[in-house]
Design a protein around this ligand. Structure first.
Ligand SMILES: [Fe+2]
Ligand SMILES: [Fe+2]
Length: 172
């Protein structure tokens, strides 16, 4: 594997783990506010991000590549309004999309078609992540300022369940 591509993938493991930690911090914020549905949503989100990291971890090992684990950054955002984590999550997913696109571009440059195919899942996933994050902001703006609306939205988010994704189960 091209060293630059390997390095970018290796770094992405850390970025996905940081995403998990960032979302756990958002769950933490909503837990303190008594919004169990919102916190459930972000706990599930955190688990999915760990899956994203593990899939890259296994992809590198399956291709005989070295994996180096670095320190995961501290989530240091301070949230005040209930909508703050939602906005931060959307901005974060847009940032992650850029990261994935950068790796994709590098893999294409060196004709690493296997990595390109592997990353196709991530490209599609980022589209869904951005849509989910942006939809949540829209719903919050529409219903979140009304206590009854907020209650129902919290119930909706409480229904989100986690399904593990692995290299074996990932499909486009
Ligand atoms: Fe991710
Ligand atoms: Fe994500």
């Amino acid at each position: 594997m091209n060293e630059k591509v390997r390095e970018l993938l290796n770094d992405q493991i850390n970025k996905e783990m940081y995403s998990a930690y960032l979302y756990l911090d958002m769950a933490n914020f909503y837990n303190d506010k008594g919004l169990d549905g919102f916190s459930n949503w972000y706990e599930v989100q955190a688990k999915e991000e760990m899956d994203h990291a593990m899939m890259i971890y296994h992809y590198l090992h399956d291709n005989n590549q070295k994996v180096t684990l670095e320190a995961v950054g501290k989530p240091d955002k301070v949230y005040e309004e209930l909508i703050d984590p939602l906005n931060a999550a959307y901005a974060h997913e847009q940032y992650v999309t850029e990261l994935i696109h950068t790796i994709y571009g590098e893999a294409q440059k060196v004709n690493d078609f296997r990595t390109v195919q592997f990353l196709d899942w991530y490209v599609k996933e980022q589209g869904e992540e951005e849509k989910n994050a942006s939809d949540l902001i829209t719903k919050m703006e529409l219903f979140g300022t009304d206590p009854r609306g907020l209650y129902l939205l919290d119930q909706e988010l409480a229904a989100r369940t986690y399904t593990e994704t692995t290299l074996a189960t990932m499909s486009l």
